[in-house]
Design a protein around this ligand. Sequence first.
Ligand code: SF4
Length: 319
Amino acid sequence: MHKIDVYTMDSKKRYNDYASYLKKHFQNKMQKITIHAGFSCPNRDGKISFGGCTYCNNQTFNPEYCQPNKSITQQIDEGIQFFQKKYPDQRYLAYFQAYTNTYDPLPILIQKYEEALAHPLVDGIIIGTRPDCIDHSLLQYLQQIAKQHYVMIEYGIESTHNETLELINRGHTYEVAEEAIRLTARYGIETCAHLILGLPNESVEIMLSHAQKISQLPLNCIKLHQLQLIKGTKMAEQYTMHPEWFHLFTADEYIELLIQFIRQLNPSFVIERFVSQSPPSLLLTNGWGLKNYEFTAKLEKRMNQLNVHQGDYLLDQRN
Ligand code: SF4
């Protein structure tokens, strides 16, 4: 069982990076394999709404091998084939990413998770879901399997500001997300929160307040990304009608925002990523033309220049 202690920034970086976190918890090099397990989403099938979140286009979630008409085992095998030549000793975490991966009766969830865990090269599962789609019976089950396997639940919270959540049609409030994260932690299961920076009508102050609010939660990891407008989504339509609702960051502006965010973030959290790069053909506006690692290198260089660390703003305030 892989448990997290409080992090002490031993990664030689100015923030707790995900690669160091994986190194600390696994003997082998680890790689996430994305799976599309054929789940639906209550915000799309009518249980909550038919429209979905205004930015959502699940095409952006998936690599090509990852199709729900293939079995989970086949998707894992094909994902592994992609990496195995270069890293023969690598092991894998099955990442249930597309749609809402806890949205089915428990026996079906168990069957899907256990198919992934039965793969001889898979050491754990990461389950992406909405905070309103968990319950005690699921958490009890995950608590049991977490005794032998790595298990993390990744919650899409996107914003801590309820007006924004309403505008983007998330179908839940921030309080629901808080409750889900606290409950999951009480079961001893690792939690990750996903947030989007740059959602419509959010000022820099509101975005920084996300860092302050989530820092109070029992989270292990966070994932951030800049808002990207995907063609064909409701949000792309809103951008055309109301461009004044949006501020699309340049890469340099986003780096400055991220640095303020990181400085106000709980220093025990691991930051899994900062940006997302959807395929250019899906984007309504031009991307930055930077690969993720190039972006991260620029961010780290700027943190070095400024001599700042994750959470240092919080520590300064305490002293
Ligand atoms: S909850 Fe996820 S899958 Fe469902 S509509 Fe929103 S972004 Fe899309």
